[in-house]
Design a protein around this ligand. Structure first.
Ligand code: DPP
Ligand code: ZN
Length: 886
């Protein structure tokens, strides 16, 4: 397979102005008539017309109504001789029922759906399938009326009616031009929750959430999230809903989370369906984010789209940033906002930092790809969002809103680049540091790798000054040996030894106000900042709010971290201090004598008790502080990883915290009981999160002490719970402590929810992700794959078993006998012909193989090589494994 390179971008040789599609929908053979008005792009040298295709049967090609001569080059249809303007008519057929890749037109539970991003439209008809070709679409859908009563496509319904032989039709016109990746159709037996809303300008809109008949009682939260999203984008950025009708449709077979097709978003059921009996608080919060995310794409993605797929973060980084801001703005208070920020940073550090340090590392704007589907990554999404966030930090919130306004004024209706975005934000804020530093700032788009910022403090008692010396560096990544310094905004403050926050008097900037927080903007490899009027050695609080996506290295003493943990007014750094205390202990135990795995001392335990019992802190925040860093995150701090050692230490620390704080956990559990009706708001979900963590710890402690009271209470809680969060937390506590009662609870859980696919996913995932006790998880996982409810073809189900084991259960997956790796390679090979996108994602489970200690390292490499040696691998999987071995 050949790589596509960013520097090879050339404008298309032809434009498509209008597309008129007629579908005769049939699962085995769908007929697609495509009539396009096309014209030559006079700005580029004349070239033949090359249309992309994939797994299509071509029956007819007419140019201006006449048979035309064409040839096939691989999957492309090529026409050499053409007038400057013409109508092209193509007639093709495809087979949706056999489409297990779930790209293009496919069938899920007797309903037709499409997924066209990034390159799925070419599997529906031959097309210039690239985002800079934007056309006006009209779409006629024809199908059997009783089997497919609902017929949907983008835009407005302009006509519909009956046809002979029990068939009917619907005609849709999209008032906006769009690239092909935003095309969508849905046809099947669906019902909708509907809501009419009135925008600020008085315009009425119809919102619809379409699901299967039994699921209507699980759509209220998605609808409310959509209503909030519409209101938020208008209030925060002045961006209104531009369509009469906005539809969300849920499908249970979907490769990704959801898709922002213009006016017709298609969602994985996981991000739509929720009621208190079936969905956890985390599900509710994910639904809110994803509904927001896809809705916000209507502007950042649909109205202004990407010139080419290298610019993917233009829409994804920006839209993740927007959904993060949306979720934060919905929070009632600063503590809930901080909790959301900590959760987002945790995702970045446990998933994106490893990616940025591994074989798939790529810049936020990549330079080349073999398969674009492989670049829907945490780097493009989450790191891309951090880059946008830093821009907001550098121009201020109001300045950023001005920048967004200018961006949409300048580029509405266009396909543009990341440069265009950064330029608009800077141009709207000509006096800002972003404008002054723009070329250097844009290194965030071009350089991969996580920068490391090292800070050292110097207190001069005689001069009463405190100086922080910063240096920055960035490790090499594939294809980028040497990095130039980044622009790094570092928000910081100083605390006195008694925990008071100190006013900041910047040396050399005597007029600066005596603020308590300051954002320093690093631009050099080494630079310093000095504060005056400091009476004694302070404790610096650096990188407040995680103001840049970097690793911060500062040689804190335990005492300093305890001061920050107890007093930092910045909740992010308060949490971070606790994480540093735990991490330091984990690393010491991992690298210490093998017989001694327990790493927690009285100082740490007492500090955790202090947080747990602090009446001024919210439960959600306490839950975050009392959760140890994950095994994945701990492993990233090590040069050589023995995953079994990491697992043993992590388990020992968990057990220690459970036992040492036993009565505190009992107290916390009792204190955080639900009262009143279920509501997924941050305050009550925080209480459930902390009571869940308490239960987990109480069962763990019982495992060590032989106590039977708490496991019994936990089973009772499992049975009596009034909502899925409490029920699942109780089940989790029994499973994660490997208590014998877990089997009974698991069986009951399955029986209760056998008809709820999303709950059964949880049931599989919990077992495949359970802590390993003597190698028992792999045999269990093999059993689960034989369960009648298991299906490899359904991505959610495949992920619930295979990914939960290979990607989310390091202690069980990394076996000294290599059986986990062999099993992984078999699954990648088995999935690849069915669904290459899912297979390629699974192939990334061993991204970090070169960091492993022996015997894991050689065994992992061998398993990857085994996959790479297969003939006929998809280019998706091929790209991943060949990069891993490079
Ligand atoms: N564009 C989609 C999203 O991130 C992914 N297929 O919303
Ligand atoms: Zn997106």
């Amino acid at each position: 397979p050949v790589a596509v390179r960013r520097e090879d971008y050339a404008a298309p040789a032809w434009w498509i102005d209008t597309v008129d599609l007629t579908f005769d929908l049939d699962p085995a053979k769908t007929r697609v008539l495509n009539r396009m008005r096309m014209r030559r792009n006079m700005d580029v040298p004349a070239q033949p017309l090359r249309l992309d295709g994939g797994e299509l049967n071509l029956a007819r090609v007419l140019v201006d109504g006449q048979g035309a001569s064409f040839r096939m080059e691989g999957d492309q249809l090529v026409i050499d001789t053409l007038p400057d303007n013409f109508e092209l008519e193509l007639f093709t057929t495809c087979c949706p029922s056999k489409n297990t890749k779930l790209m293009g037109l496919f069938v899920s539970e007797d309903t037709f759906f499409t997924q066209c991003e990034a390159e799925g439209f070419r599997r529906i008809t031959y097309f210039l399938d690239r985002p800079d070709v934007m056309a006006s679409y009209q779409v006629t859908l024809r199908a059997n009326k009783s089997l497919y009563p609902v017929l949907l496509s983008n835009g407005n319904l302009v006509d519909h009616g009956d046809l002979p032989e029990g068939r009917h039709f619907a005609k849709w016109v999209d008032p906006f031009k769009k690239p092909s990746y935003l095309f969508a159709l849905v046809a099947g037996k669906l019902v909708a929750r509907e809501q009419r809303i009135k925008a600020r300008n008085g315009k009425e809109h119809l919102l619809q959430v379409y699901v299967r008949a039994g699921d209507l009682d699980k759509t209220e939260h998605a609808m409310n999230s959509l209503i909030h999203s519409v209101a938020w984008d208008e209030a925060r950025f002045g961006l209104p809903l531009d369509l009469d009708r906005f539809m969300i449709v849920a499908t249970s077979d979907f490769n990704a989370g959801a898709m922002e097709n213009k006016g017709l978003n298609i969602f994985n059921t996981k991000y739509v369906l929720a009621n208190q009996a079936t969905a956890t608080d985390a599900d509710y919060s994910n639904i809110e984010s994803v509904v927001g995310h896809e809705y916000f794409h209507n502007w950042s993605g649909d109205r202004v789209t990407c010139r080419d797929w290298f610019q993917l973060s233009l829409k994804e980084g920006l839209t993740v940033f927007r959904d993060q801001e949306f979720s934060q703005d919905l929070c009632a208070d600063a503590s809930a906002r901080a909790v959301k920020r900590i959760e987002d940073v945790r995702v970045l550090r446990t998933a994106q930092f490893p990616e940025d340090a591994g074989p798939m590392a790529h810049p936020v704007r990549p330079d080349s790809y073999i398969e674009i589907s492989n670049f829907y990554t945490v780097t493009i999404y989450e790191k891309g969002a951090e880059v946008v966030r830093m821009m907001q930090t550098l121009v201020g919130r109001k300045g950023f809103e001005k920048g967004i306004t200018l961006y949409f004024e300048r580029h509405d209706g266009d396909a543009v680049t990341c440069d265009d975005f950064a330029q608009a934000i800077a141009d709207a804020n000509p006096e800002s540091e972003l404008a002054a530093l723009l070329p250097q700032f844009k290194r965030w788009y071009s350089q991969a790798g996580t920068p490391r910022v090292t800070a050292r403090g110097r207190y001069d008692a005689a001069a009463r000054t405190y100086t922080l010396d910063f240096s920055q560096s960035c490790p090499p990544t594939p294809g980028q040996a040497v990095k130039e310094p980044f622009v790094i905004p570092i928000s910081l403050g100083l605390l006195a030894q008694d925990g008071r926050e100190l006013p900041l008097h910047l040396q050399g900037d005597e007029d600066a106000s005596t603020a308590q927080s300051h954002t320093m903007v690093l631009t050099q490899a080494h630079e310093s900042i000095t504060f005056n009027n400091i009476d004694s050695q302070p404790v610096p609080s650096i990188l407040r709010g995680f103001s840049a996506p970097v690793v911060l290295d500062f040689d804190y003493t335990d005492g300093e971290l305890l001061i920050l943990l107890a007093n930092d007014p910045d909740p992010f750094n308060r949490w971070e201090a606790g994480q540093r205390l735990a991490m330091r202990r984990a690393l010491a135990a991992i690298t210490g004598p093998a017989a001694d795995a327990a790493g927690l001392d009285e100082a740490y335990i007492n500090a955790m008790r202090g947080v747990l019992r602090d009446p001024k802190l919210d439960s959600a925040f306490k839950e975050l502080v009392l959760t140890l860093p994950s095994e994945t995150y701990i492993s990233e701090q090590l040069d050589v990883v023995d995953p079994q050692r990491v697992h043993a230490v992590h388990e020992a620390m968990r057990a220690q915290l459970a036992t040492a704080l036993f009565s505190d956990w009992e107290w916390a559990y009792e204190q955080n009981q639900d009262t009143g009706a279920y509501s997924p708001d941050p305050l009550s979900s925080g209480r459930r999160a902390l009571s869940g963590l308490a239960l987990d710890n109480l069962c763990l402690a019982a495992r060590a002490s032989g106590d039977t009271v708490w496991p019994g209470k936990t089973l009772q809680r499992f049975k009596d719970a009034g909502n899925m969060t409490d029920r699942f937390n109780a089940l989790y506590a029994l499973v994660s402590s490997s208590h014998p009662l877990a089997q009974q609870a698991l069986a009951r859980f399955h029986a209760l929810f056998k008809d709820e696919a999303l709950v059964i996913d949880k049931w599989f995932s919990l077992q495949a992700g359970a802590p390993d006790r003597g190698g028992d998880v792999l045999p269990l996982v093999k059993q689960l794959m034989k369960h009648p409810d298991f299906s490899l073809k359904n991505p959610n189900r495949a992920r619930s078993v295979i990914f939960s084991y290979c990607s989310a259960n390091p202690g069980a997956f990394h076996r000294a006998d290599a059986a986990g790796y062999v099993w992984w390679s078999d699954r990648v090979i088995e999935l690849d012909p069915i669904n290459p996108q899912v297979a390629a994602r699974l192939a990334r489970a061993l991204d970090r193989w070169s960091k492993l200690a022996e015997p894991y390292r050689s065994a992992a490499r061998e398993a990857i090589a085994r996959v790479a040696a297969r003939p006929d691998l998809s280019k998706d999987t091929q790209e991943v494994v060949s990069r891993a071995l490079a």
